[in-house]
Design a protein around this ligand. Sequence first.
Ligand SMILES: CC(C)(COP(=O)(O)OP(=O)(O)OC[C@H]1O[C@@H](n2cnc3c(N)ncnc32)[C@H](O)[C@@H]1OP(=O)(O)O)[C@@H](O)C(=O)NCCC(=O)NCCS
Length: 182
Amino acid sequence: MSSTSLPSGVRLRPLATADAGALAEAYRANRTHLAPWEPHRDEVFFTAAGQADRISASLAAAAAGTEVPRVLASADGIVGILNLTGIVRGPFLSAHVGYWVDAGLQGRGVCSAALTAAMDHARDHLGLHRLQASVLPHNAGSRAVLTRAGFTVIGTAPSYLRIAGTWQDHLLYQRILDDPDL
Ligand SMILES: CC(C)(COP(=O)(O)OP(=O)(O)OC[C@H]1O[C@@H](n2cnc3c(N)ncnc32)[C@H](O)[C@@H]1OP(=O)(O)O)[C@@H](O)C(=O)NCCC(=O)NCCS
């Protein structure tokens, strides 16, 4: 998953130190779009300095083998992210997947194509057995993306994440990567 072409001229590519300014701009442009689905963000999050700190933490985790941070990039700048986080090896061989797509690019298959590329990478290059996603029950778009990619609901986790300032129940989805029947 070094760099992959997606619909609408978008590319999925590795996060880089130089992305701080563009990422801050993308988060500012999508602040309202993302607010219901993300943790509460303080103001520094929307600055290049705040994103530079987050990027260096992500790149350190990538070097340690626990994250694969990727951005969705177009000619206009950064238009989303797709990250594998919490990579655990041993008998689990699992990771969590998270993503968002720019408000103006929704419904064009960008997230679905990015998720397919991430699943291929997780299975074929990282040797993972499983991906997990946690989703708010009323997030119809994200649930559709996961269902389309073959994820299934494995349960409900009460008060699982503090999203938009409130602890909220989440649906847990998983996709077994190395067994086509699961
Ligand atoms: C969820 C999100 C990533 C989807 O990205 P996207 O690029 O628009 O998704 P796709 O175009 O690949 O759509 C995949 C499917 O979901 C459907 N879908 C997308 N948004 C939808 C919505 N709001 N309601 C119902 N279905 C929706 C599409 O119609 C498509 O269905 P199809 O396969 O039958 O054609 C995007 O809407 C987003 O960034 N939302 C805000 C952040 C977020 O929710 N992140 C995930 C947190 S768990």
